[in-house]
Design a protein around this ligand. Structure first.
Ligand code: PGA
Length: 252
């Protein structure tokens, strides 16, 4: 059985004071669940150092597509993230695709740069409300996935997480139903299976979009939902740990 993954996406929230308070409230998760915390970049190193002896790992919210140092003002490379203790990075979050104009091609380049630096990318895919209404949700999501799969070596295909995050469910309190999410997760797994059967078996596909301590358990009851990417509800360690506990229960 795939070990559930719970990733906390703080987005642009936090302060040094919040980091310290959060860490004080964060008990280490049980071994059944993998916990990844993705604070804003300035707090990565402090959190990585504080969590070194625990099972929780640190991830970035984004990385540059540029591999080598150079004149790229404002960019942070995957190598630098690894250097300060990150083991993961989110790529292709819908807020970056929409607000920063990130194309499938750029996301694929970021994904490859992350893997090359030894980070495990969490690739976000998801359709907008208009795309779902036009019955294009599957085409959009699988298209976003394929853009990345076309660039990844087969042997690296298992070294990733896919996060299905319908754009209309992010930060809105209106999440997908577990069955709607499961249907998309199944299609994502099938698309990966067309490239590598073994990668499809092991790859974790997590759901994101208004996941809370109250609704998480229903998602984790689905066979192809292997965890969650949590935004708003991850800002309190208590609710994040409650979501992780729901995921752990799936393993028992
Ligand atoms: P949300 O965000 O849980 O606040 O909806 C999820 C995300 O954007 O990753």
């Amino acid at each position: 059985m795939r070990r559930p993954l719970i990733a906390a996406n703080w987005k642009m929230h936090g302060s040094l004071a919040m980091v310290d308070e959060y860490l004080a409230g964060l008990r280490g998760p049980g071994a059944e669940v993998e916990l990844v915390l993705c604070p804003p970049a300035p707090y990565l190193e402090r959190m990585a150092a504080a969590l070194e002896e625990t099972r929780a790992a640190i991830g970035a919210q984004d990385c540059s597509a540029e591999r080598d140092d150079g004149a790229y003002t404002g960019e942070v490379s995957a190598r630098m993230l690894a250097d300060v203790g990150c083991r993961w990075t989110i790529v292709g979050h819908s807020e970056r695709r929409r607000r920063h104009g990130e194309s499938d091609k750029l996301v694929a380049a970021k994904f490859a740069a992350a893997q090359e630096a030894g980070l495990t990318p969490i690739l976000c895919v998801g359709e907008t409300q208009a795309e779902r209404a036009a019955e294009r949700a599957h085409v959009v999501v699988i298209g976003q996935l394929e853009a990345v799969l076309n660039r990844v070596d087969v042997e690296n295909m298992g070294r990733m997480v896919v996060a299905y995050e319908p754009v209309w469910a992010i930060g809105t309190g209106e999440c997908a139903t577990p069955t709607t999410a499961q249907e998309m997760h199944r299609l994502v797994r099938e698309a990966i299976a067309r490239r590598s059967g073994s990668a499809a078996e092991t790859v974790r596909i997590v759901y994101g979009g208004s996941v809370t301590a109250d609704n998480a358990v229903d998602f984790f009851a689905q066979p192809d939902i292997d965890g969650a990417l949590v935004g708003g509800a991850s800002l309190q360690p208590g609710s994040l740990l409650a979501i992780a506990a729901s995921a752990a229960a799936r393993m028992n």
